[in-house]
Design a protein. Structure first.
Length: 151
């Protein structure tokens, strides 16, 4: 089994959420893997900058999501455990652009009401649920995967 610790940014402004489109065409939240010895707090700011071209500041910790992706559904063909730390983040500057030499081909402010119609990572739904409910436990029920919602 592989394991990944990742940090994700939930950037909301005027009933819009900042989404990143990957080279596969799927939409996700800006964020990604935490480097060895890196604080997830620093990682989410770095990832927003790399993927969107924008500077950001963390407003608050929203919660943690832990999910195991079965080998049959994993890109690598092995069972994968992803632990995602979600932060509410505010964009403080910069201009949206694709990630240079990376997997993010576009970053777009998307009306929250239009997200359900997008082919997206389940991480988007987790992040929006955490931002909407701000549970004291920092945990929301698992998001079902299928249809437009992908691992």
């Amino acid at each position: 089994m592989s394991l990944r610790l990742a940090a994700y940014a939930v950037c909301l402004a005027d009933d819009r959420v900042l989404l990143a489109q990957t080279s596969t065409g799927d939409w996700t939240l800006p964020g990604g893997g935490v480097d060895q010895s890196e604080d997830p707090f620093d990682a989410v700011i770095r990832e927003v900058g790399e993927e969107t071209g924008c500077t950001a500041e963390v407003i608050r910790l929203l919660g943690v999501d832990s999910r195991v992706i079965p080998a049959a559904e994993s890109r690598a063909g092995v069972e994968h455990h992803n632990v995602g730390i979600f932060y509410r983040v505010r964009i403080t500057g910069g201009e949206l652009r694709p990630e240079p030499n990376g997997d993010t081909i576009a970053s777009v402010w998307t009306p929250v009401g239009e997200v359900a119609a997008l082919r997206r990572s389940g991480l988007v739904d987790v992040g929006l649920a955490l931002a909407r409910t701000e549970p004291a436990t920092g945990h929301v029920p698992p998001i079902p995967v299928g249809g437009l919602v992908q691992h």
